[in-house]
Design a protein around this ligand. Sequence first.
Ligand SMILES: [Cu+2]
Length: 309
Amino acid sequence: LAFSKISPITRVNSLKILVFRSVFVFLLLALSATVSFAEIRTENLWWLPDNVTVGGKKIDVLFYFIFFLTTAVFVATFVVQIWFMIKYRARRGVKARYTHGNNTLEVVWTTIPAVIFIGLFIWSNRLWNQLRHSTPPVGALQVDILAEQYGWNLRYPGPDGVLGKTDSKKVDPIHNKYGLDLADPASRDDFITYNDFTIPVGKPVHVILKSRDVIHAFYVPEFRLYQDLVPGSTISWVWFETTRTGTFAIACNQLCGSGHYNMQSKADVVTEEAYATWFAAKAKNPAAPAIEQAQPLASATAPSSISTP
Ligand SMILES: [Cu+2]
């Protein structure tokens, strides 16, 4: 009845607005769907990817607690709201009644969320400290990760199990990206892989994260691990322990340039035996001989480690 009183022009306009809004909402939904599918995943597509680290399990417990708590609160408040909207709707002959509120209720519904939020703060802060500010266990496998446009260099300690010294003055963009200091005996057996991060399952892994050029991000959703790599700084507090074997994607998660879309490496979590085989094969080709061979040429031209446009 009310609609027929509106002039035809207003009716056409409101129809236009309705169509525009529908299209907008549809595009927004389509766009958000595209973003959520940008990650190549084969399992558990509608939910979190499988977690495969000890620390990740603790993050998931916190996540599920918050998720189910907020879901329960959401359902409860909407049930009450809808119920009240129907029960106290305007009706003929029923007069509205003014109420100034209830102090006891106010105190109760302020105290309960406050206690929950403080509890969540303590829980998550302790977890963060445990995962990000704890010393890696003795005997953890150390891998020196150097990100660049557009790939991942991974330096492993050779059979001696110790990463050799590096020196920024010795950096050569082609022959010695890490600036490996060959005067240190521990450097001589270090080997470097490219986009191949192979680690043994169930063993603590301590990654040292660096960038050669711009900000990149080391992101493995299955590890529940995300850390930016900032040029000029060495991030040495990230370590984790895997719980099962599998191949996962390390996708750079910072828009780092035109080749960003393809900046990925595999993280291969393998059995102890498979790792020993892989390690033995790689350790046969340490980085040192190639650096030594190229060194005279490199020091003569002395190129800078950062290229400027
Ligand atoms: Cu990147």
